[in-house]
Design a protein around this ligand. Structure first.
Ligand code: ZN
Ligand code: ZN
Length: 410
C-alpha cells in the first residue's frame, strides 16, 4: 500500500433536477454550457448516485457525511449536534447538544409564550449573555438561530444525553425539572436545571427585554433546552482514510461537519453561499488546497438555492459558472489528481425541495475505466460504467485509486 495522487470531490449542492419545459424538456444541468464537465465525462466514468439510499430524500448534512465515508444510518444520532454546527457552534465529539427556545415565563416560571412573541431582533445579545456560562465543570456554549430558536452545547467530562426536556411544550405549564435516566445523564440534568434558572436571572433584566417590555412585547426571559443529542465519536477523516484533507464549502452545516472530522476548513472571501458567489475565488482556493492536502471537498451552494426558489434559469447560470471554475481547476492540478463531480442530492426546481432522485456523477483520473458516455447530465450519466452507487461508496472508490486502502481478504 503506497499513497499516490490526490482527490477532489466537487459538489454542486442540489445539482440534480427534472426536465423543465421552459428549458426544452432538459434539466438545468443538461441545458447548461458545460464543456469541462463534458470533458470529464468523455475521459472518465459516469454513473448515478443515491446520496443515502434509493428514494431517500437526503439533507446536505447526511449526504456529506455519506460522501465522506460515514454511514449516516449509523452515525447520524439526530439533529441536535448537526443543527448546532449549522448555526455555527463549534461542536466537538463528546459534547451534548440541544435545541432551545427563547420563551416568556411569569414569576412562577409558568410558560406564557413558548416563542417569546416570535422575537426577531436582539437574540444575538441575549445569546451572548448566556454563552460561556460555567456550571460545575461544564461549559455552556449558546448561540442564537432564527427567530426564537437557539442552539446550545454542554462541554465537560461525564455528561449523558438521556435527559428530559426543560421545555413543557405547552403554554400555561411550569418549566419542568429536568431528570436524567443514568448517572452521566443525571449530571447533565443538574447542569441543565441550573442553566435554566440562571438564564431567567440573566435574561429577566436584560436591556433587550426592557425594551421589549416598553413596546408591549413579550420578553424573551428564559431559555428552554430540549432534544438532547450526544455528538457521536466519529474520529477524524485522516484516521479513517490516511489522507490529509481540506473542506472548501459554503454551507455552515457542512463546514461544521468538516471541523468535526478535523478537516482543514478553509473560508473563502467572496464565497457567499448564494447565486452571486465568487466561484473563481473558490476555484483558486481549491487549487491551493490541492497543493498541500491529499483530499479536497468543495461544495458550491448555488444550484440548491435556485432549486428551492424554482428558478431554472438561475440554476443553469450557476452550473455554467461552476463549469468555468472546474475549467480553471483542471488547468492547475497536481499530476495524478482524481476528480469527482456530483451533487449531494437533487433539488428539482418544480419540487422546490430535496427529492429522493439520484444525482449524476462522474469520476475522472488516471486508470479509471473509461465508458462511452461523452457528456455530463442526469440521463447520460445513468448509462455510464459506474452504474448506480451510494454516497458512501465514493470514498471507497477514491481510496482504492489513491492507494490508501488495505486489501479486504488474502
Ligand atoms: Zn445540499
Ligand atoms: Zn437545500
Amino acid at each position: 500500500m503506497s499513497k499516490r495522487g490526490k482527490a477532489l470531490i466537487l459538489i454542486g449542492d442540489g445539482l440534480g433536477d427534472w426536465p423543465v419545459a421552459a428549458l426544452g424538456d432538459r434539466t438545468p444541468l443538461e441545458a447548461a454550457q458545460r464543456p469541462n464537465m463534458n470533458r470529464l465525462a468523455a475521459e472518465g466514468v459516469s454513473g448515478i448516485m443515491d446520496p443515502i439510499a434509493p428514494g431517500v430524500r437526503a439533507g446536505s448534512d447526511t449526504a456529506h457525511l455519506a460522501m465522506l465515508g460515514y454511514d449516516p444510518f449509523e452515525v447520524y444520532t439526530g439533529r441536535g449536534p448537526f443543527e448546532a454546527m449549522g448555526i455555527g457552534l463549534d461542536v466537538r465529539q463528546g459534547d451534548v447538544a440541544f435545541r432551545c427556545n427563547f420563551a416568556t415565563v411569569d414569576d412562577h416560571l409558568t410558560v406564557i409564550d413558548r416563542r417569546a412573541g416570535r422575537i426577531e431582533h436582539g437574540t444575538d445579545q441575549l445569546a451572548a449573555a448566556l454563552n460561556g456560562m460555567v456550571i460545575e465543570d461544564v461549559t455552556v456554549l449558546f448561540k442564537e438561530s432564527v427567530a426564537h430558536r437557539a442552539g446550545m452545547i454542554l462541554r465537560g467530562p461525564g455528561l449523558g444525553d438521556k435527559v428530559t426536556d426543560a421545555d413543557p411544550h405547552n403554554e400555561g405549564l411550569q418549566v419542568p425539572e429536568v431528570t436524567g435516566a443514568d448517572e452521566p445523564s443525571r449530571k447533565t440534568a443538574r447542569v441543565l436545571n441550573e442553566f435554566v434558572r440562571r438564564s431567567y436571572q440573566i435574561l429577566r433584566d436584560h436591556p433587550v427585554n426592557a425594551k421589549r417590555a416598553s413596546e408591549g412585547l413579550n420578553p424573551a426571559n428564559i431559555a428552554l433546552p430540549r432534544g438532547a443529542g450526544y455528538a457521536p465519536h466519529l474520529g477524524s477523516f485522516e484516521e479513517h482514510t490516511h489522507l490529509t484533507s481540506a473542506c472548501i464549502v459554503e454551507v455552515g452545516l457542512v463546514k461544521g461537519i468538516g471541523r468535526y472530522l478535523s478537516m482543514d476548513v478553509i473560508d473563502v472571501p467572496g464565497a457567499t453561499g448564494g447565486l452571486d458567489t465568487d466561484v473563481m475565488a473558490i476555484g483558486s482556493a481549491v487549487i491551493e488546497a490541492l497543493q498541500t492536502h491529499d483530499f479536497v471537498l468543495c461544495n458550491v451552494k448555488g444550484p440548491d438555492v435556485a432549486g428551492h426558489d424554482n428558478n431554472p434559469s438561475a440554476k443553469v447560470e450557476i452550473i455554467e459558472r461552476i463549469d468555468q471554475m472546474l475549467g480553471m481547476i483542471l488547468q492547475d492540478i497536481p499530476p495524478e489528481t482524481y476528480i469527482v463531480v456530483t451533487g449531494d442530492h437533487s433539488t428539482p426546481c418544480a419540487y422546490m425541495d430535496h427529492s429522493g432522485d439520484p444525482v449524476p456523477l462522474v469520476l475522472w483520473g488516471p486508470g479509471v475505466r473509461v465508458d462511452d458516455v461523452t457528456d455530463f447530465g442526469e440521463r447520460t450519466a445513468a448509462k455510464g460504467g459506474m452504474g448506480r452507487i451510494r454516497g458512501k461508496d465514493i470514498l471507497m472508490i477514491l481510496t482504492g485509486f489513491l492507494g490508501v486502502q488495505e486489501k479486504f481478504g488474502a
